[in-house]
Design a binder for this molecule. Structure first.
Ligand code: SF4
Length: 296
């Protein structure tokens, strides 16, 4: 079925002539916003820092890669992969250490699967100039290079409420610093903050599109065990969106964005044991169907 938005997996398939699977890795980078006691981290972030928890579980890189390649090849029949340094803030390591872990991962993965790209998840205030040089180096080796920026919203009050520890200015400065480099930026956005306008997700997308962001990942704000947001939810201070409300906001955004903006994700993946609310998140296919129905 033709999708009424530019779906990343389909684009990759046409670019590389076959399915490309992302392999998520945890290189133990931690996060400067979580690790300081007084900062506390983002209110929705659990101890795994948005990733698999592999580093805490002491799963070495070679094990993570082996498992990721198995899934890519057996479940998804993919022969190509993008290595995704997903957990926490991947740039929160001294540059030589980060460089070593990236190149080691590339070497280990290349023995098992064709690696066509690399993607690093980070915060807008953790993208220094020397790190950009590393990305340029990776690009020069023929890899598709992505930087996944946790933006979440362009509403300053929303950023404060989420305790992001940065404002809109840091996002703007980061995007400005990255412009001119051969780096693709994918922004992560959240819908469903309290007091948020139903048009906020759309407005955030348009603001980012104006500043050269190439791709988007959407997530409903959801409650994971052990987070500050869980306490707010249990005390009634936070009420999640319904599936219908979320689908409305995403479809409004999708109708407004430029047609060449890539959609990497329409809704969150949440593991059942860690999810508190809303329960509908685990029915991801239903969420996607609801969004696409609104678009048709
Ligand atoms: S920046 Fe990312 S890893 Fe750090 S606390 Fe926020 S969500 Fe968690």
């Amino acid at each position: 079925m033709h999708k009424p938005y530019l779906k990343w997996s389909a684009l990759l398939k046409s670019q590389f002539g076959g399915r490309v699977q992302k392999i998520s890795l945890d290189i133990g980078a931690g996060c400067p916003h979580r690790d300081g006691l007084e900062k506390g981290g983002c209110i929705f972030c659990d101890f795994r820092g948005g990733g698999s928890g592999a580093w805490i579980e002491k799963r070495d890189l070679d094990v993570q890669i082996e498992q990721g390649v198995q899934v890519a090849k057996k479940r998804y029949k993919a022969e190509r992969a993008i290595l995704y340094f997903q957990s926490y803030t991947s740039t929160n390591l001294p540059l030589p250490v980060l460089e070593q872990r990236i190149y080691e991962s590339l070497r280990l993965a290349a023995e098992k699967i064709k690696v066509v790209g690399i993607s690093l998840g980070t915060r807008p205030d953790m993208v220094p100039a020397d790190f950009l040089d590393l990305l340029v180096d990776l690009d020069s080796q023929g890899l598709q290079v992505w930087l996944e920026l946790g933006v979440q919203t362009t509403d300053p009050d929303g950023l404060m409420w989420l305790n992001r520890g940065h404002g809109v200015d840091e996002v703007e400065e980061c995007l400005y610093r990255c412009s001119g480099f051969p780096i693709n930026i994918c922004a992560h956005l959240i819908a469903g903050l309290p007091n948020e306008q139903s048009t906020q997700l759309r407005d955030s997308c348009l603001w980012l599109a104006d500043r050269g962001v190439k791709a988007l990942k959407f997530h409903p704000l959801h409650v994971l065990k052990g987070t500050v947001l869980e306490k707010m939810y249990l005390s009634g201070d936070y009420v999640p969106l319904t599936m219908g409300q979320y689908a409305q906001r995403v479809s409004l955004a999708l109708k407004a964005i430029p047609p060449d903006m890539i959609i990497q994700r329409l809704s969150a993946d949440a593991a059942k044991p860690w999810l508190v609310a809303p329960e509908w998140i685990i029915r991801k296919n239903e969420v996607i169907r609801e969004i696409e129905n609104l678009l048709q």
